[in-house]
Ligand binder design. Structure first.
Ligand code: ZN
Ligand code: ZN
Length: 287
């Protein structure tokens, strides 16, 4: 069984929801979901991630994240990094230091493209994590790295528990000179045997031509959304997502939205789409 629980569903500036980081959990035998899963993977861990995880540990079914009132960080086995904006990586320093100093140096696996992992250290984490008492430190002092090389076909990934294939793909979030030249990733998850898939957009502009075939193959879709229109956006606009074929819209859950989501003008969302993702709710993706 594979489930997904969003720690938060907000965008970078949201204050009424935590940022859009999500916890994937995998059980070999299922489902006794009061127990710790056999494996798990955080999709991103932004600036509000530690507070969101602190709240999640008190929710029904997540007691394994609770260590006498504080977050049991070693219970997070893997972290996938989609890109380097702070709403996606801003919690990693706390995770690294907590594991090192409170939990005997436990090292979670950090998963991303080779370029993002390199930039993550050199451009972001090194400022805070680069020195330990009496020595310089590197990413390997805190994390096991699993770098995924982007192949010619842009379809590469890793398989977890011999059953779930996580394929990364580039997203058109920001670019400097040409499309995809600033590294940013989405995830497509395949379940071996069933042929079922699940799509997680990551931060992206609307790019249906690039990922439409993955959307068609998916039983469930999670797509980032910007609720207000804007010229030259860096996220998918609601007005653009409304143009998707109805069959795809109806299985698409929207996340990464601003604080206006409960305004009556968005009441029609649940008729056009699966709806807005609810935070802290465990969604079963594969039984
Ligand atoms: Zn974001
Ligand atoms: Zn972003």
């Amino acid at each position: 069984m594979l489930t997904i629980t969003f720690l938060g569903v907000g965008g970078a500036f949201a204050k009424r929801n935590h940022q859009s980081n999500a916890l994937i959990e995998i059980w070999n035998e299922g489902p006794d979901r009061q127990q710790a899963p056999d494996d798990n993977l955080l999709i991103d861990f932004g600036a509000t991630g530690p507070l969101a995880l602190h709240e999640l540990k008190d929710e029904d079914g997540f007691a394994y994240l609770n260590d006498k009132g504080r977050i049991h960080f070693p219970s997070i086995k893997r972290v996938f990094i989609s890109h380097l904006h702070a709403d996606h990586i801003g919690g990693l320093e706390e995770m690294a230091f907590a594991n090192r100093f409170l939990y005997a140096g436990f090292k979670p696996q950090l998963i991303s493209s080779d370029k993002i992992l390199n930039n993550l250290w050199e451009q972001s984490l090194r400022g805070g994590l680069g020195v330990l008492k009496d020595k310089c430190a590197s990413l390997s002092d805190y994390f096991e790295s699993h770098a995924i090389a982007m192949t010619d076909t842009n379809r590469s990934g890793l398989t977890i528990r011999d059953k779930y294939r996580f394929t990364i793909f580039p997203t058109d979030h920001l670019s400097i000179r040409e499309k995809y030249d600033w590294p940013s990733l989405g995830l497509f998850i395949d379940e071996a045997g069933s042929g079922d898939g699940a799509f997680f957009s990551g931060d992206t502009r609307y790019d249906f031509e690039a990922y439409g075939s993955m959307l068609s193959r998916s039983k469930i879709v999670f797509h980032d959304v910007q609720l207000f229109d804007q010229p030259d956006p860096v996220h998918a606009l609601l007005s653009e997502l409304k143009t998707m074929p109805e069959a795809i819209r109806r299985k698409t859950w929207l996340y990464h939205f601003d604080d206006t989501w409960d305004d009556p003008e968005f009441d029609h969302i649940k008729e056009l789409f699966a709806g807005f993702v609810l935070p802290k709710k465990r969604y079963v993706i594969f039984n």
